[in-house]
Design a protein around this ligand. Structure first.
Ligand code: ADP
Ligand code: ZN
Length: 740
């Protein structure tokens, strides 16, 4: 595992073995003194892009960050990795500021975090000049750079001043970082920050590890039950977003009554309560934060496992950003949207209430934009195509679909032919001269004799009562679907009048068929059902013990647990069970400082665990194919007996299904056993599992893109190979790369 100096530094300081997509290029550009703009989605790994160069260059790097909470977080995390960092902002006393300034001038600090308004205060400018002469300024990093743009969703006037950096320090490279997806804002950033021929990296906004799903709301009670069930299925931290403060309080309270540790967050709470609640959630003292969208901006918690929108979001960009707070750490996470038509009406009503506070005139342009944005949300929620494709299209990105990680891809909705009903509906729209909305048209179809119908004489239309065989809900669904599929147009003037278009006539003339997705009452697919990587019980027990230790250490230091080790690191630790510092150092996320500080504590727990669950030494392998000496296990496979039973049967010539049947296991479990055995160093002839030809192709894919992400491999192989096949070959490949 030889690597170049950049990679070595990555491991030493941050404990990671390889760069994520784009990181290396950005870092190299910045190191070469070039201005840089890094656009990556949340969780993409922006911080390292300026932190690593800061460590490698002489002088200090100034990081501009809009939120004090964010600064504290990052500084804490850096210190945990043994990196000299500090922040200067208005919350500090004069004495504290003085101490920190001294530390900077002594050269003990590589990164200084400041708020933008501070940067141009006269005193600070003077101080920076001294810093520049004494130790040098390596670069400026502008975090959340979209705040300079009025076109973004989070404009901050203080950020505007940043254009002056260029005048003051023309030769210091600037790197801007943001998760903003729109082109307009990107251009604005380059201009406002006066970046000179910058290296621009735009990462894909696809978040592979997020599972997207939409759940229809069925009445107030039932939808609460669905929410509760959903949360109970989830592990780890989560956020539930609601539309109003009232609803936030209600839901938080009900969840608590039902045994979920949940707390509220909204602008109606005092600043102190908000901060307390936030801290308790970040530190894993409570599991669920129920919040309005006031919550989340600048929250860096990487191990959020689920984000549920219990009410509809206002627009797609908002939904992307809010749901994107899940899974920053790259681990599988869940994004659920509850779609309720009642909520839709509420939002429409709120939009219609938008008036100019001075004149009381309706704000028509704003209303129109809000309506359009809402329609896009409904399009997403009702869409039957891959959710990713719909989301990413909104950001101008073309995604090939079939992501294998959204509800529509995993359990496509069956489609039914509703052409005849569509024809009835559309001719009724024609009969009322395209002057009414969907509600009235449906009333006519269902033969209502209400006042409005009688008033217009619509009871005598030929379409009156021809749709009695379908329910109100079915007609509503059809009408929405006709609009979404472009077979019908709805005016955007707030009256939502139905108009026919060219496609409507094609349907009426029988030139087009209309298909309608059918809602089923099936349970949503859960993460565990999708990825059947069941862990042996003892690994699970060890994981819990390691997690407890992490929480204790975190509480002692008053930091969030993830600052000590990420969940990814903890998972690896539980599975590999290192018992020496040397082995411990190999874990991803363990750099030099953390090794020094924590290895012994965690190893102690592992050794203690081994007293009760001894790591099994593998038996002599009976395979003839491979040399015996390679059969020492690499990691200690504790619960080896069940795996070995599987192995014995496999080697007696049984296939996976037979073993599963005989042992009363799921086939997936048998596959997992075999993968674990290979990982543990057992030499197994896998040709019966994956044909040599197929092994070769998977091998090539591994060489090409590495083994970090199963899903990437699955995609790379055009989904022609199963996850099980890939896992098997990956295990062999990894063993060969790291011989025992
Ligand atoms: P962003 O600021 O883009 O939202 P962060 O910089 O906070 O993302 O990184 C998200 C998570 O990914 C963090 O937990 C970080 O430690 C982790 N991370 C970043 N780069 C890597 C890498 N090369 N390998 C593994 N994990 C990484
Ligand atoms: Zn999909």
């Amino acid at each position: 595992m030889t690597s170049n100096p950049l990679q070595q530094a990555l491991k030493q300081y941050f404990g990671y073995d390889s760069f994520r997509a784009g990181q290396r290029e950005i870092i190299e550009a910045h190191l070469a003194g070039r201005d840089t703009l890094a656009i990556m989605p949340t969780g993409g790994g922006k911080s390292i892009c300026f932190q690593l160069p800061a460590l490698l260059k002489t002088g200090v790097t100034i990081v501009v960050s809009p939120l004090i909470a964010l600064m504290q977080d990052q500084v804490t995390a850096l210190k945990e990795n043994g990196i000299g960092a500090t922040f200067l902002n208005s919350t500090l006393s004069g004495r504290e500021t003085h101490l920190r300034s001294q530390a900077i001038l002594n050269g003990a600090i590589k990164l200084i975090y400041v708020a933008p308004e501070r940067l141009f205060a006269e005193q600070f400018i003077e101080f920076l000049n001294i810093v520049k002469n004494k130790i040098g300024i390596a670069g400026f990093a502008i975090d959340e750079a979209h705040c300079v743009s009025e076109w973004g969703h989070d404009f901050r006037p203080e950020y505007r001043q940043l254009s002056r950096l260029r005048q003051f320090y023309p030769d210091v490279p600037v790197i801007g970082l943001t998760a903003t997806a729109t082109e307009r804002v990107r251009e604005d950033i380059i201009q406002q920050l006066q970046l000179q021929q910058p290296y621009v990296h735009v990462a894909s906004f696809n978040r592979n590890n997020l599972y997207y799903e939409v759940v229809p709301k069925q009445g107030t009670e039932q939808s609460y039950v669905d929410l509760l069930r959903q949360i109970k299925r989830m592990q780890g931290s989560g956020i539930v977003y609601c539309l109003s403060r009232k609803r936030v309080n209600e839901i938080a309270e009900r969840l608590r009554e039902d045994g979920i540790v949940a707390i509220p967050y909204h602008a109606g709470l005092s600043a102190k309560e908000r901060e307390e609640n936030q801290t308790r959630w970040i530190r894993d003292d409570v599991q669920v934060m129920v919040a309005t969208i006031a919550f989340g901006m600048g929250i860096n918690k990487p191990d959020v496992r689920f984000v549920i929108h219990y009410d509809l979001p206002k627009n797609i960009e908002g939904y992307y950003q809010e749901s994107g707070r899940a899974g920053r750490d790259g681990e599988d996470s869940h994004c659920t949207l509850f779609l309720g038509y009642g909520d839709l009406e509420t939002i429409k009503y709120l939009i219609a209430q938008k008036v100019d506070p001075h004149t009381n005139e309706p704000l028509e342009a704003e209303q129109r934009i809000a309506q359009q944005q809402l329609r896009q949300v409904v399009d997403y929620a009702e869409g039957v195509a891959c959710r990713r494709t719909i989301l990413l299209r909104y950001f101008g990105e073309h995604f090939h679909g079939d992501c294998a990680n959204c509800d529509n891809c995993l359990t496509p909705k069956p489609m039914e032919d509703w052409t005849v009903e569509a024809q009835k509906f559309l001719s009724c729209v024609a009969r009322v001269k395209e002057r009414f909305g969907a509600g009235h048209v449906i009333d006519i179809l269902r033969g209502s004799m209400n006042k409005k119908i009688l008033q217009h004489g619509h009871e005598s239309l030929s379409t009156h009562g021809i749709g009695k065989d379908r329910s109100l809900d079915e007609w509503r669904q059809l009408s929405r679907s006709l609009i979404h599929q472009g077979y019908l147009t709805q005016t955007t003037d707030g009256y939502a009048i139905l108009k026919l278009n060219d496609r409507s006539w094609e349907v009426m003339r029988g030139q087009r068929n209309v298909l309608l997705p059918i809602e089923r009452d099936t349970e949503p697919v859960t993460v565990t059902e999708r990825e059947t990587s069941e862990r042996p019980v003892d690994v699970e027990i060890l994981f819990e013990r390691l997690r407890l230790l992490r929480k204790n250490l975190a509480d002692e230091q008053e930091v969030p647990p993830y600052v000590i080790f990420s969940n990814a690191t903890l998972n690896q630790m539980a599975e590999q069970q290192p018992t020496s510092r040397k082995e411990f150092a190999k874990l991803s996320g363990v750099g030099a400082k953390k090794l020094e500080q924590y290895a012994d504590d965690f190893i102690a727990i592992i050794l203690e665990h081994h007293l009760k669950y001894p790591p099994a030494e593998p038996e002599e392998s009976t395979t003839s194919r491979v040399k015996q000496e390679s059969v020492t296990p690499k990691s200690k496979l504790s619960k080896a007996s069940t795996q070995r039973e599987t192995l014995a049967m496999y080697e007696n010539g049984l296939d996976i299904d037979e073993i599963a049947r005989d042992r009363g296991l799921k086939p997936a479990t048998v596959w997992t056993h075999l993968v674990q055995l290979i990982e543990a160093g057992y030499a197994i002839n896998c040709d019966r599992l994956v044909t040599p030809e197929r092994q070769n192709v998977i091998y090539e894919a591994l060489e090409a893109i590495g083994g970090d992400s199963l899903r990437n491999l699955f995609d790379h192989l055009r989904e022609e190979y199963t996850y099980d096949e890939i896992k098997i070959v990956r295990a062999i490949w990894q063993n060969e790369k790291e011989p025992l």
